[in-house]
Design a protein around this ligand. Sequence first.
Ligand code: PBG
Length: 327
Amino acid sequence: MHAEFPIARPRRLRATAAMRRLVAHTSVQPADLVQPMFVKEGIDEPQPVRSMPGVVQHTRDSLRKAAAEAVDAGVGGLILFGIPARKDARGSAADSPAGIVQLALGDLAADLGDKTVLMADLCLDEYTDHGHCGILTEAGEVDNDATLERYASIAVAQALAGAHVVAPSGMMDGQVAAIRAALDGAGFPQVAICAYAAKYASAFYGPFRDAAECAPKFGDRSTYQQDPSNPAEALREVELDISEGADIVMIKPALAYLDIIALVARSVRVPVAAYQVSGEYSMIEAAAASGWLDRDRVITETLTAIKRSGAGIILTYWATEFASKLG
Ligand code: PBG
């Protein structure tokens, strides 16, 4: 039966796969994706991460192999996280030329050159024995300005080792300015800064703390990471980071913060990145393993949603897989 008057029929544009493809607005490209990778000092075999099925802590050798695969699959970049054999109060391994991330960056720079974008997470929590992202005062609080000196030194060590981009994730005030000055002063004006600009104090980082062995030994990160209830604060953090010299700004986590990504993307003129974090990954892997979700479709749907919200760059643990088979 026909309607008595013509009605709008948006379904015309959904009739076939070819039509849907023609009118699709958002598509995630392999080159949009950055693969996070963990490399651990002092292990002979890659170690599975219990709470992140499919993710491992790499040896230097297994990292080289996985990095080459990621680049062959077409990912846009790699971001490295290091887990040192020994930790101390000031995170000495973070800026030591013999620190695990510096060695791994050197390996990948030699193997891959400028074929990919080599990024290094720049923080102290993986390297400190107390698990906080900075230097502590005697009272056990994170000392902002003492931490900036450490970040400056880590940035130079990572640049020397071959990083194209450093990604400060500690949420200290003034960290981008301190790092930019240090990089320029050490002769690395070309090394870019991807600032974790709006990083929320999130329970979705839980599995990462297994992977990077960096759960705080006391307290939490809510005096430096943002309160999940605040959107305007994200804009303030982003504006400050850009004024201090951030080349790319990142929002983290992604799926629970799509409104923040959209808000930031509308207001800035630099590339916007989003980090689909460990808890987002593990939640979907666990549901898929129970047969409760269609894994591949959910991966594609979440990445599409993150891109649609305004992030041109997405850090995701599925980067290589998506680039090689889903993209
Ligand atoms: C800090 C850092 C964290 C993540 C990236 N960088 C952990 C934290 O802030 O507690 C989380 C990433 C993830 O959950 O996948 N170096």
